[in-house]
Design a protein around this ligand. Structure first.
Ligand SMILES: N[C@@H](CCC(=O)N[C@@H](CS)C(=O)NCC(=O)O)C(=O)O
Length: 165
């Protein structure tokens, strides 16, 4: 199993991390299962004292570096932006190791360890991170949540107008 510890400050560092080397420093931190059970998390703005463990897709071409999984990358970006310490474990999905299948029976990444429990699914992971570590907030503010929602209507209207000319 290969791991990477990173201590980062911002997006530029994140982008560097996404190119990856195993000794990269990344920041630290957090989730549930695919079950429909409500997720219970404790709120905290205090970063975890230990880096949170996360299994992500390894590159198929460069050993011990991050692969091309958007779900894994999304969670790593969330951790980076929230300045949470983490320890990434790169998983070769073409040859899944036993330890990985034990923590992720579906054989999918990302999975993250939260309160001694391995939790899959980037949606659940990022939501939980947001709840647990709300600062800085990464959710879209309510007043901006409808931005762009009318774009398809306007595109349709313009195309209708062009047809009728
Ligand atoms: N809904 C999941 C999807 C995760 C997923 O499908 N990950 C892919 C890699 S990008 C995977 O692990 N596939 C299993 C495989 O390739 O064997 C999430 O949001 O995390």
């Amino acid at each position: 199993m290969s791991t990477a510890r990173v201590h980062v400050s911002a997006l530029s560092a994140t982008v560097n991390h996404l190119r990856l080397r195993p000794t990269t420093a990344v920041s630290p931190n957090c989730f549930n299962t695919h079950s429909r059970k409500p997720l219970r998390v404790s709120m905290s703005s205090v970063p975890p004292s230990e880096p949170v463990e996360i299994a992500v897709k390894a590159s198929l071409t460069t050993p011990n570096t991050l692969g091309d999984c958007p779900f894994s990358q999304r969670v790593l970006l969330t951790l980076e932006e929230k300045h949470l310490p983490y320890e990434a474990k790169f998983v070769d999905l073409s040859n899944k190791p036993e330890w990985f299948l034990q923590i992720s029976p579906e054989g999918k990444v990302p999975v993250i360890k939260f309160d001694e429990k391995w939790v899959p699914d980037s949606d659940i992971i990022t939501q939980t991170l947001e709840e647990k570590y709300p600062s800085p907030p990464l959710v879209t503010p309510p007043e901006k949540s409808t931005v762009g929602s009318k774009i398809f209507f306007y595109i349709y209207r313009i195309s209708q107008e062009q047809r009728s000319q």
